[in-house]
Design a binder for this molecule. Structure first.
Ligand SMILES: [Zn+2]
Length: 412
């Protein structure tokens, strides 16, 4: 094997292990401010010899769509994953989207694996594991597990067992920085032991939802991460660090969430049952964001599209209201899984988030002022490498990470 073709792009087999880190919710300022504060000496060394660029995420700027874009090198219209949550076009029912049946494209990992390469995928939350690992056979040349369920990993289902012993850490809590640290620690061990051709390490944004760039909570996370970046870099690999999306303050000066309860507003205007607001950020782990983000799908059962669009546009803090066709053209969304309207919020301070009905959002778990994502302002992410890059795709996207690592590394 010299190269593989995946979703219309060719990927050359890297001549040394290619490690892509998706640091969940890593707004560019997190690493920049931590570097300026002298807390990331390894990253400083890495960017001095490599590149420190910016890229755009896919829309919506949520975790699953972007992880799957990175894993497939393609937009949601190709891989089918537009969020955590959707209305199933076949049944009309609201449903979670973490089952691989929703995937409409193969991953880069599966393509390399079937061509004989060794691939390792470690993700923080188990919700992504089945999607990222889809198409892998655990026959000795593939590993895919989550830190959330590291204690349950088996050779048959994950290509590895006794993970806690191997990594040398206890099972982390699902709401903790440790969940991400476990991913990094596992990555360092796997790189040294297995020398995989491709490795993908995907963390969780628990810390980024809670702590702004430059805060003590953020700094301690990035200081921790820096130690692992140093270990990965020292183990002779091409390293690319991206994020699935950025993260912004989404609260008012008094600390309460800056939210528009769009279902309530639509019910008042058009009547109960005439519209349905779907928030694709919704998942079983909503404690740290209360299911509030800057992106929504709207289904209409009565009002005309134009009337509804004009009503939503007139609300405070709305950045874009697009028809399905417009959203497919502008964002590369998967048409059959879109509502009649796609709404992106933000406003001048990028702070507006969309809720359904006030009564449906449990915000009691929010122990810090809301930070979240999903909008246009969270599309800007870091694109950092420990090697010099050339001939980059323009504009550069986070989902170019494997393409760039395979095809755009400058060889000295
Ligand atoms: Zn995320």
């Amino acid at each position: 094997m010299k190269s593989v073709s995946v979703n219309g792009r060719n990927y050359a087999l890297p001549n040394k292990p290619l490690v892509v880190i998706c640091c969940d919710g890593s707004e560019p300022d997190y690493m920049e401010i931590a570097m300026q504060a002298g807390l990331m000496p390894n990253l400083q060394r890495i960017v001095a010899k490599g590149d420190n660029l910016r890229a755009l995420s896919a829309m919506p700027s949520f975790t699953n769509p972007n992880n799957m874009s990175i894993a497939t090198g393609a937009l949601p219209k190709v891989h089918g994953i537009g969020g955590n949550y959707l209305i199933d076009p076949a049944t009309g029912l609201e449903t979670m989207m973490n089952d691989p049946k929703w995937l409409t494209a193969g991953t880069i990992f599966a393509a390399f694996h079937h061509a004989g390469a060794k691939v390792c995928v470690v993700t923080a939350k188990d919700k992504l594991r089945l999607l990222l690992g889809h198409g892998l056979n655990f026959d000795g040349k593939a590993i895919c597990f989550s830190s959330e369920r590291a204690d349950k990993a088996t050779l048959k289902d994950n290509g590895i067992e006794e993970v806690l012993d191997f990594v040398g850490k206890a099972l982390p809590d699902v709401y903790s920085a440790d969940l991400s640290e476990f991913v990094f620690a596992a990555g360092v061990k796997l790189l040294k032991r297995d020398r995989p051709d491709l490795m993908y390490l995907s963390t969780t944004d628990y810390v980024q939802h809670k702590f702004a760039p430059g805060s003590a909570g953020a700094h301690s996370f990035y200081q921790m991460m820096d130690g692992y970046l140093g270990a990965l870099d020292a183990a002779d690999c091409s390293l690319i660090i991206v994020a699935d999306h950025g993260m912004k303050d989404k609260h008012l000066a008094n600390g309460s969430p800056d939210v528009i309860y769009l279902q309530d507003a639509m019910d008042t205007k058009f009547g109960l049952g005439k519209t349905r607001v779907i928030l694709p950020i919704t998942d079983p782990y909503v404690v740290h964001h209360g299911a509030l983000g800057s992106f929504a799908q709207i289904y209409l059962y009565g009002p005309y599209v134009e009337e509804a669009a004009n009503f939503i546009k007139a609300q405070d803090g709305i950045d874009a209201v697009l028809t399905r066709a417009e959203a497919v053209a502008r964002f590369g969304l998967y048409a059959e899984r879109c509502g009649d309207l796609i709404v992106v919020s933000g406003g001048p301070r990028h702070s507006k988030v969309i809720g359904t009905s006030a009564a449906k959002h449990d915000l009691t778990g929010l122990d810090a002022p809301l930070r979240s994502h999903g909008g246009l302002s969270e599309q800007v992410v870091p694109f950092i490498s420990n090697v010099k890059l050339k001939s980059l795709p323009q504009p550069l996207h986070n989902w170019d990470a494997f393409y760039v690592g395979c095809n755009c590394v400058e060889t000295l």
